[in-house]
Design a protein around this ligand. Structure first.
Ligand code: CU
Length: 494
């Protein structure tokens, strides 16, 4: 039912026609150049991971409940991994075999999902699809080769609106074995989260129309979005006012690994008196870094940025969305800086990478998904009219180049996350991206369209869902199923 034979949209057809016309008027050398460029940039890996380098890194996750102190006097009983909130920051190298033994000392089931890591399917941590949840008192060892390199993270995939905000998440940094394309002098990880969700049955939070209406509509400038009420914003598990200033010498290049672990909230980040140089999207390097004045980051997205102090003393990285003024992360310049003029650059948008023209490469299988729901404040969300687990799975075959075309026919943004694969954002709102963005989560804005392409190179059953956890719970999810791989039994553990 989802199978759509190869076809061209009207726009692609017109673009192709325009291309032919250019060839007709002697523009061939030009055409040939961008066709070649697209082909090179559009190569997708045939294998999901690099080979094992022979080294094994073992970790224990001892998960228990315990007291969390947010740094502003707020204390509550949260979920601790090795006594930490959030969980420990793990550093490994691409190609390492990573073994994490998770011991569940809580009174409820849990799993761990390795977000952005292209693990073998049984290690993906999705209960009811790739494994049974780890029950209280039980343990499970995750075992995978770390790949691809970049800013990744991990989190529970059971009762997520309870377990993630209350502590079952943390950064996973996979270092590259090759030289980083963009140098920096030092780096810091900032993992953003939100706390204070009510999870009492029948009393689910009502962040909805107010919070998300118009999300990202003015993305880039003049945002009209306001934040959800009654949430506490955290960075590295503390309210930002409790953070120590991050020291940075004058002239130094500081790489920030920004991770949005919020269950529902996006952020619009700006640094005082300096632009942000985006080098990686969801951990994957850009062909060319992008200097931006502000950065919009939806749930589950990650951005690596480089910044350089342009002010003496203390300055801040802030979120400028209404209601998020508590998000002010302090930096301290260790010495005197004579401020230079800040270059005028655009705000971040996927469309910054849009090409003047271009065509999407052929795909073997195209799925068209309409994301909808949330009407009149409803908490039900759908893909092609059906809510998970009744949504139609996307059936693919190994070796195919898959394209998913999404249209967001709703008034809220949907950060769509595919497990087990790195995809390319190939077009956004009908415009082809000249250099496709490598991501695992794409934020589809209200009433907008996008296409993502990936190689079906990792057999299994892979959850594909909105990472606004309320939308996911409300049904905005489906499964990418490989032909000839045993079907999942599909239990809903949200
Ligand atoms: Cu959503």
């Amino acid at each position: 039912m989802n199978k759509v034979s190869k076809f061209m949209t009207r726009r692609e057809f017109l673009t192709a026609l325009a291309g032919l016309a250019l060839i007709g008027i002697g523009g061939y050398p030009f055409i040939r150049r961008w066709l070649l460029a697209s082909t090179e940039e559009l190569s997708l890996p045939a294998k999901p991971t690099v080979p094992w380098n022979g080294r094994t890194r073992s970790f224990q996750f001892d998960i228990r409940s315990g007291e969390v102190n947010l740094g502003n006097g707020t204390r509550f009983t949260g979920y601790l991994i090795n006594q930490q909130f959030p969980g420990p920051e793990i550093h490994v190298t691409e190609g390492d075999r990573v073994q994490v033994t998770v011991k569940n000392g809580l009174d409820k089931p849990l799993t761990v999902h390795w977000h952005g890591v292209n693990v073998p399917n049984p290690m993906d941590g999705v209960p009811g699809i790739t494994q049974n949840p780890i029950l209280p008192g039980q343990q499970f060892t995750y075992d995978f080769v770390a790949s691809p390199s970049g800013t990744r993270w991990y989190h529970s995939h059971v009762y997520e609106l309870d377990e993630i905000p209350n502590g079952l998440f943390g950064p996973l940094i996979i270092h590259s074995t090759s030289t980083e394309p963009y140098t920096s002098d030092r780096e810091e990880t900032l993992i953003f989260s939100t706390w204070g969700y009510s999870t009492t049955p029948g009393n689910l939070p009502t962040y909805g129309m107010m919070g998300g209406m118009g999300s990202g509509m003015g993305m880039g400038s003049g945002m009209m979005k306001s934040a959800s009420p009654n949430l506490t914003y955290l960075v590295n598990g503390k309210v930002p006012s409790a953070l120590n200033g991050i020291p940075i010498p004058p002239g130094a290049k500081l790489r920030l690994r920004l991770i949005n672990a919020s269950a529902t909230e996006s952020f619009l980040l700006q640094a005082d008196h300096t632009n942000l140089l985006i080098t990686h999207t969801d951990g994957n390097p850009l062909l060319k870094p992008q200097a931006v004045s502000e950065l919009y980051m939806a749930p589950a997205e990650r951005y690596d940025v480089i910044l350089t102090p342009n002010q003496s003393g203390t300055w801040y990285l802030r979120s400028t969305l209404v209601g998020q003024d508590s998000i002010r992360i302090p930096f301290i310049t260790q010495g005197q800086v004579s401020p230079s003029l800040v270059a005028s650059v655009p705000a971040w948008s996927y469309l910054n990478l849009a090409a003047a023209n271009g065509v999407l490469p052929p795909a073997d299988h195209i799925f068209q998904l309409t994301l909808s729901g949330g009407m009149m404040g409803s908490s039900q969300w759908t893909i092609n009219g059906a809510s998970y687990p009744n949504s139609v799975p996307l059936r693919v075959r190994k070796g195919e180049r898959i394209r998913i075309e999404m249209f967001n026919m709703s008034m809220m943004e949907h950060p769509m996350h595919l497990h087990g694969h790195t995809f390319q954002v190939t077009s956004f709102n009908g415009r082809i991206l000249g250099s496709p963005l490598l991501k695992d989560t794409v934020d589809v804005l209200p009433m907008q369209r996008c296409t993502i392409d990936f190689m079906a190179n990792n057999p299994g059953n892979w959850f594909f869902h909105c990472h606004n956890l309320q939308h996911m719970m409300g049904g905005l999810a489906t499964v990418v199923e490989y032909q000839d791989y045993p079907l999942p039994h599909v239990d809903k553990w949200m």
